[in-house]
Design a protein around this ligand. Structure first.
Ligand code: G3P
Length: 221
């Protein structure tokens, strides 16, 4: 399983990219609105940092306008993937765009049937929202399991992105289930590398090394 960063914040994106662990970025209108910046120049700046898929969502809800917006966004960089909400017009748009070589990411997926429809419409990625299902008392990981199983049984090429990730357990479980990607918010990405025993171990190693230096037995490396 690879990682995407679920963010439109350029500092977070730059830091995560420099960490060397993300393969791309996903955004959505809510994340972009938080930045309070014009979408197109922001996407250009993100594309200058990230060499990998960058999901940018259309705002339109009818086929023609979705295609117009998608073409405009796709022109910005070959890395742009058009995020389209799961709805009838959206499925049509996925079909049209895959026909002209523009990749799409079907978003707001809450059932396995929606994921299957998107795959059949030619979506390159599907994004089941785990956390939002958990929020209403369902189990997002069970949905992810169903989608990965169906895609494997039917040998579908569409990649599965575990989205709406809230904590590290979502990440490890998604990896065990076989998701192709997990798109994680920056705080969760940072959390993934942390463990109190790792921090305590580093502090102990440093302290022991310093005591050796104090004894004069060890010169600076
Ligand atoms: O990228 C979309 C998805 O990850 C949204 O997450 O936390 O708003 O449910 P969230």
């Amino acid at each position: 399983m690879r990682f995407f960063l679920d963010s439109a914040n350029l500092d977070e994106i730059t830091q995560a990219w420099n960490m060397g662990v993300i393969a791309g970025v996903t955004t959505n209108p809510t994340l972009v609105a938080k930045e309070g910046q014009d979408f197109i120049p922001l996407l250009r700046r993100i594309a200058a940092v990230v060499q990998g898929p960058i999901s940018a969502e259309v705002i339109a809800i009818d086929h023609e306008s979705m295609i117009r917006e998608a073409k405009l966004l796709a022109e910005l960089s070959p890395d742009i993937v058009i995020k389209i909400p799961l709805m009838d017009e959206g499925l049509r748009a996925m079909k049209t765009l895959s026909g002209i070589g523009i990749k799409t990411n079907a978003t707001l997926i809450f059932t396995a049937a929606q994921a299957l429809l998107a795959a059949r419409a030619g979506a390159a990625f599907v994004s089941p929202f785990l956390g939002r299902l958990d929020d209403i008392g369902e189990n997002g990981l069970l949905l992810l399991e169903d989608i990965c199983e169906i895609f494997a049984v039917h040998k579908l090429e569409t990649k599965v992105i575990a989205a709406s990730i809230r904590h590290p357990v979502h990440v490890t479980e998604a990896a065990k289930i076989g998701a192709d990607y997990a798109t994680v918010p920056y705080p969760v990405l940072k959390q993934l590398g942390k463990h109190p025993l790792t921090e305590r171990g580093i502090a102990q190693f440093l302290a022991d090394w310093k005591s050796l230096e104090k004894q004069g037995e060890q010169k600076q490396i």
